[in-house]
Design a protein around this ligand. Structure first.
Ligand SMILES: [Fe+2]
Length: 277
């Protein structure tokens, strides 16, 4: 189990401009090409266009302005990006853990024209989000820590979860290279804290009765943000190169939060290049 503010990235500790990392997931299937230059195993997923809570937009302005209404909790600016993002990842080298990237680092890399084109896309996306007053993180990494000490509910980002903020906010994310993040219909998951056996286990961990203090315990440990997929659940992929804006849990949010997760770590799998804000 992760303590608050440690490895669980589901809660924004500060205001709408607080940034945090996403750690989201997938299984291996056929080989497929996504963004130009990126070819690696991709799972089979249903088309998110068929998802009732997903809508597509054709510009960044539309992505930012799209309202949370009619149950829609995920907007996708679908893009086919130029450039070779794999070259950027390769040029960064096999570094331990997670590498935070910024425009200065990207522009200092020795890249071919295709790699340079990808680098400029990354810089442009960072700039777009920064212009919105956000603090995007662009990370290159192998994997994120798992909740090795998980009890009744694992609170790492490989688990389906919702993000949360104390004020109105949304999560932006884009996978440029590696396994993309996944979303799932809210009707295809159930909160762990609503499953009687799991709730009973959490009560034992809490050591007290039902009531406000127990509810506060569930919130403090992010247990209330994590979901178990139902047997019929069919996650959809966020894909490569597409910039998403997803709804998160906050007071007054008119739609359910978008439930999502990080792709599972597969030995030998390529590193991920992910933007999140
Ligand atoms: Fe998340």
């Amino acid at each position: 189990m992760f303590g608050p503010g440690e490895l669980c990235d589901s809660v924004r500790p500060a205001g709408p401009h607080a940034s945090r990392r996403e750690f989201c997931f997938s299984t291996l299937g056929r080989a497929a090409a996504g963004v130009a230059g990126n070819v690696f195993p991709m799972p089979e997923f249903p088309d998110p266009a068929a998802h009732p809570r997903v809508r597509f937009v054709d510009s960044f302005a539309a992505l930012v302005a799209a309202p949370w209404a009619d149950g829609v909790n995920a907007y996708c600016w679908r893009r086919t990006l130029p450039g070779d993002f794999g070259e950027v990842v390769a040029r960064l080298g096999q570094r331990e853990g997670l590498t935070d990237l910024d425009a200065a680092i990207l522009r200092a890399l020795p890249l071919s024209p295709a790699g340079r084109a990808a680098s400029e896309v990354l810089c442009a996306d960072l700039h777009l989000l920064q212009e919105q007053g956000l603090e995007p993180l662009l990370d290159c990494f192998d994997a994120y820590p798992r909740d090795e000490a998980a009890g009744a509910v694992a609170t790492d980002v490989y688990s389906f979860h919702a993000d949360r903020a104390p004020v109105p906010a949304a999560t932006f994310l884009c996978t440029y290279f590696g396994a993309p993040s996944e979303g799932v219909d809210n009707a295809q998951v159930r909160r762990h804290v609503e499953i009687p056996e799991t709730r009973a286990a959490l009560r034992r961990e809490f050591g007290g009765p039902e009531g406000p203090e127990f509810e506060a315990f569930l919130t403090e440990h992010c247990y209330d943000l994590h979901y178990a997929p139902l047997p019929e659940a069919r996650p959809y992929s966020f894909g490569l190169g597409h910039l998403w804006r997803i709804a998160i849990a906050h007071p007054g949010c008119p739609v359910p939060p978008c439930v999502h997760r990080a792709p599972p770590t597969v030995p030998g799998q390529t590193r991920r290049l992910l933007l999140i804000s």
